[in-house]
Design a protein around this ligand. Structure first.
Ligand code: HPA
Ligand code: ZN
Length: 333
């Protein structure tokens, strides 16, 4: 319909896409075949059964068990390149113009895959996608909160050459939030600053409380927050964050699949708009959560029926909040 074509045509950015979360069941089974791997049949029987299981995650940790298992099939450079390229191809029809892509190095090095294989493979697939579809990209490494601070420190230090070369522009933090307050990882972000990571972000306030978003921004000095939806439980916090320009990367379909919200209509998006908080709309793990970036825009439109001016503003805020050059931003609008 006309809303769909309007939202599709709107130049969109996404800053919250885990490339491992774009591993579709089809590719998962194909790569398992390619490597002669036997998948655990209790988790992986057929594609329809797997898709049904993905519709029934109990919470973030239940999802993470699947997310962290599926990536066992990513082994050589070509696998990582194919994964990144498939994502680019899929969103090229959605009006995506720029993506800032997360990956979890520890999840790969921890099972014996060389960091070189991971980064080179991803870079190759993204570059090929950029050439074919004109979508620009940046890479952001995330350390995982379910492993130790020491492991995160090591992952950050190992990334130094890729930061120096400009291939990896930022550090984020993802995985299990429960029992892992931001303050635990303050020293990791200090190391990242010393190593020269130009940009910092953190998953915060997805399942955790508003006070943890406050810690992220004020104690750790991080001004991009991935998810952050629970910040909306604290009006005073929002009033403090708006003038700082703290940028939220929201993932509405993810929040429903992981039972943060019962439906997209529970999302605090209208409140964030009213409070002048800048945010973007993102897919998070599109192969698991029922849609890519445009599907998230459409779900939000179904829930809130924003007018065209509001949609243009949301998309523009997503461009403004990107970590690319001003020239690139100008070309996107
Ligand atoms: N939250 C935390 N960790 C993740 C997510 C998420 O939404 N996606 C992939 N890893
Ligand atoms: Zn995420």
């Amino acid at each position: 319909d006309s809303a769909t074509s309007f939202l599709r045509a709107l130049p969109k950015c996404e800053q919250h896409i885990h490339i491992e979360g774009s591993l579709e069941p089809q590719m998962l089974f194909e790569l398992a075949d390619k490597h002669g791997m036997k998948l655990d049949e209790r988790m992986y029987s057929t594609i329809p059964a797997l898709e049904e299981r993905y519709r029934n995650f109990a919470n973030l940790d239940d999802f993470l068990a699947y997310f962290n298992k599926a990536m066992d099939v990513l082994i050589d450079e070509e696998d990582f390149a194919a994964l990144a390229y498939a994502y680019m191809k899929r969103v090229s029809g959605d009006g995506l113009v720029h993506a800032e892509v997360f990956f979890d190095p520890q999840a790969h090095t921890g099972r014996g895959i060389a960091l070189d294989v991971v980064v080179k493979g991803l870079k190759k697939g993204l570059a090929q996608g950029e050439g074919d579809f004109g979508i620009t990209t940046e890479l952001i490494m995330c350390f995982v909160k379910h492993l130790s601070v020491e492991s995160a420190q090591q992952a950050v230090l190992e990334m130094q050459p890729w930061v120096a070369s400009g291939d990896v522009i930022g550090l984020g933090a993802d995985s299990s939030e429960k029992d892992n307050p931001p303050s635990t990882f303050a020293s990791v972000y200090e190391t990242a600053r010393e190593v020269g990571f130009p940009r910092l972000t953190m998953h915060s306030g997805e399942e955790g409380p508003a006070s943890w978003v406050r810690q992220t921004v004020f104690d750790l000095g991080i001004n991009r927050v991935d998810h952050g939806v629970h910040a909306a439980d604290d009006d005073k916090l929002l009033d403090e964050l708006a003038p700082r320009g703290t940028f939220f990367t929201l993932c509405p379909l993810s929040n429903v699949r992981l039972r943060v919200h019962k439906s997209v209509s529970e999302s605090p998006i209208p409140k964030l708009l009213a409070k002048g908080i800048k945010f973007s709309l993102n897919s998070d793990d599109p192969a698991y959560f029922g849609g890519y970036v445009l599907d998230n825009y459409l779900a939000v439109h179904d829930a809130f029926q924003f007018d065209k001016a509001t949609w243009r503003q949301i998309a523009q805020n997503g461009i403004d909040g990107s970590w690319c050059s001003d020239e690139r931003k100008a070309a996107m609008s």
